[in-house]
Design a protein around this ligand. Structure first.
Ligand code: M6R
Length: 603
């Protein structure tokens, strides 16, 4: 059961894996049986198949994304104390571990790994006096940093204790069995009833009950919730990779994110937006914070927000935001975008924003996660679980949510007429069909990707909202195919990067619609000619009926006609397919690219 749970969580980290199970020895005494292996979960599974652990009904497991100490067997979790009484697994970073480690060594403990985690096993062993939850609370009070900890003790059979500070941990409530995991996906095959743990809380789990306390020992308030998807949503469903499945799910994900958000009068009703309209009317600046793909969604949102509402909008990578002392006050609306809801950089940015008095709206895909819980309001994307490390359907649904927020601001502030909003909503409503249409024409894109498997570098160009799309295309290729890929604003090329162009270099160009803002279109057609004249092999993504690009496109990828601002919903899809296919052709693990993890819960 633990291994099956780890399989569903492996996307969060796959440097090593391990398990510990409470079992009885030949003498009838309880003990901990453990195994742990560097590398992917399959290495541990192989080892367990060769040398199975004794049977048990209480166990813990871990898949690791290395922070302190390389991905070796010794550094894999669980970590044990000197007497093998306590086993601990940990996500996060214990910042004061060096001092704790030195003190433990002075007290005669032998530490066997380079990890920060191992100190917790030794500290728990010292603190244990028959009450594992009490020992965990005492130890947590001594730790600095961010952590989820889960521990078992050989002398406390049938009990698992967990703790969390700034790192996810959820409880699954079963019938005669209970679960703890950093993501409900681990136990969704057994129960869809979950308990959200708060900050600085310790949970004691027994087969027949769950007790949650604060680090100071007082009883904690918790929120129970029902998970609205089932195990099949977290399966590959016949696809070779989760990424392929998630790309294919995009039409439904976009439709689900729009569902129920338009009233019968055609007006937007974002009921879950708990920020009063009056506060939104007074907002004088929007600041978007996010990381990676979510940051690219934020860049696109800026175009929509400023165009539709005339409110100045800044976008910033969350990891930089709080360190530059940004100007924020109670009239600033901060929008934090995150698929997982657990990205530490984004969480820290929103905490800083709230401390300065700003209101924070989260756009998030994961119910019960930390970022929405700590925000003033949340707009959930309904993409369903995204398992592949490379974000796809989450990105498209983040775009939809951003458009809805922009339109809603326009609606409450009166900067957009009702019929204008209805017209954009109608166009958004057509997006699922258009994405489906793009997905149906991807075979030439796949063939092209396979033919470029040996390319050394690929550049991506775009203008306006096509620029973040170019960045997103390059990010996908970097993370999946491990090749040099860069996105540029097409107009910026002549200021330096054009020197990179050499004979045969593949350059993907995202072309804006020739209708509407035709000046943008004309400029990019000139940019295509400039790079082609210098030997680039041009791969042009252009709207159906755009004939002006045809003479300059070595490869032409057609997308349906959309309004300029909504084009990313369709132009991103070929780039996802391209990166996925190219990485597959290179023989890479598409769902679990090297060095990465799905939820980045360290800063
Ligand atoms: O869970 P989040 O949306 O906060 O994650 C942010 C980034 O880590 C994430 O989008 C990352 O860039 C993806 N692997 C890109 O495909």
């Amino acid at each position: 059961m633990v291994i099956a749970g780890l399989r569903r969580l492996e996307y969060r980290g796959y440097d090593s894996a391990g398990v510990a199970v409470q079992t009885r020895g030949a003498d009838g005494q309880w003990l901990l049986a453990t195994d742990k292996r560097a590398g992917k979960l399959v290495n541990l599974e192989k080892s367990l198949a060769e040398t199975p652990l004794a049977a048990g009904t209480t166990g813990i497991g871990h898949t690791r994304w290395a922070t302190h100490g390389g991905p070796t067997d010794a550094n894999a979790h669980p970590h044990l104390d000197d007497h093998r009484k306590v086993a601990v697994v940990h996500n996060g970073i214990i910042e004061n571990f060096a001092k704790l480690r030195a003190d433990l060594a002075d007290r005669g403990h032998t530490l066997r790994s380079e990890t920060d985690t191992e100190v917790v096993a030794h500290l728990l062993a010292e603190a244990y006096d028959g009450d594992l939850a009490g020992a965990m609370r005492a130890v947590c009070r001594r730790l600095d940093g961010a952590f989820t900890l889960v521990a078992v003790h050989a002398d406390a059979p049938g009990t698992v204790v967990g703790a969390r500070r700034n790192s996810p941990l959820v409880v699954g409530v079963g019938d005669g069995e209970n679960f703890l995991a950093s993501d409900v996906a681990a136990f969704i095959a057994h129960t869809r009833e979950a308990i959200e743990l708060g900050q600085d809380q310790v949970v004691e789990l027994r087969p027949d009950g769950v007790t949650v306390t604060n680090f100071d020992g007082t009883p904690a308030e918790v929120r129970e919730y029902h998970v609205d998807w089932d195990a099949s949503a977290a399966e590959k469903g016949g696809y070779d990779y989760f990424m392929l499945k998630e790309i294919a799910e995009q039409p439904k994900a976009v439709a689900d994110t729009l569902l129920g958000r338009i009233g019968t009068d055609g007006r937007l009703t974002l009921d879950e937006l708990r920020i009063p309209d009056q506060v939104l009317r007074e907002v004088d600046k929007v600041v978007i914070v996010a990381c990676g793909t979510a940051f690219h969604a934020g860049m696109i949102a800026k175009y929509a927000i400023e165009h539709w509402t005339r409110i100045p909008c800044e976008v910033e990578v969350a990891s930089e935001f709080r360190y530059r002392d940004p100007i924020l006050d109670d009239r600033t609306l901060v929008v934090a975008i995150s698929q997982s809801g657990e990205t530490m950089d984004t969480l820290m940015a929103l905490r800083h924003a709230r401390e300065q008095g700003a209101k924070v709206l989260a756009i998030c895909n994961t119910n019960g996660s930390t970022i929405p819980r700590e925000s003033d309001a949340v707009l959930y994307t309904h993409a369903g679980p995204e398992v592949a490390v490379a974000s796809t359907k989450a990105f498209l649904t983040q775009l939809v949510a951003c458009y809805l927020v922009a339109l809603y601001l326009g609606q409450v502030r009166g900067t957009k007429w009702g019929d204008e909003i209805t017209s954009v909503i109608r166009e958004l409503g057509d997006a699922p069909r258009q994405v489906e249409q793009v997905l149906g024409t991807m075979e030439p894109v796949r063939a092209l990707a396979r033919s470029l498997a040996d390319a050394r570098s690929v550049l991506f160009l775009g203008r306006h909202v096509g620029y973040p799309v170019a960045l997103e295309g390059a990010l996908k290729l970097k993370e999946l195919a491990y090749m040099h890929a860069e996105g540029f604003a097409a107009g910026e090329l002549k200021h330096g990067p054009i020197a990179l162009i050499e004979e045969g270099l593949p350059v993907v160009v995202v072309v804006p619609s020739p209708r509407g803002r035709s000046i943008l279109h004309d400029k990019i057609v000139s940019n295509i000619q400039e790079i082609r004249a210098r030997g680039a092999r041009t791969i042009v993504i252009a709207e159906e009926g755009d004939e002006a690009v045809v003479p300059y496109a070595d490869h032409l990828i057609r997308i349906p006609a959309t309004p300029t601002l909504l084009q990313p919903l369709v132009s991103t899809v070929p780039l996802q397919v391209f990166a996925c296919e190219l990485a597959t052709a290179k023989g890479h693990e598409v769902d679990q690219p090297r060095n990465l993890a799905k939820s980045v819960t360290v800063e």
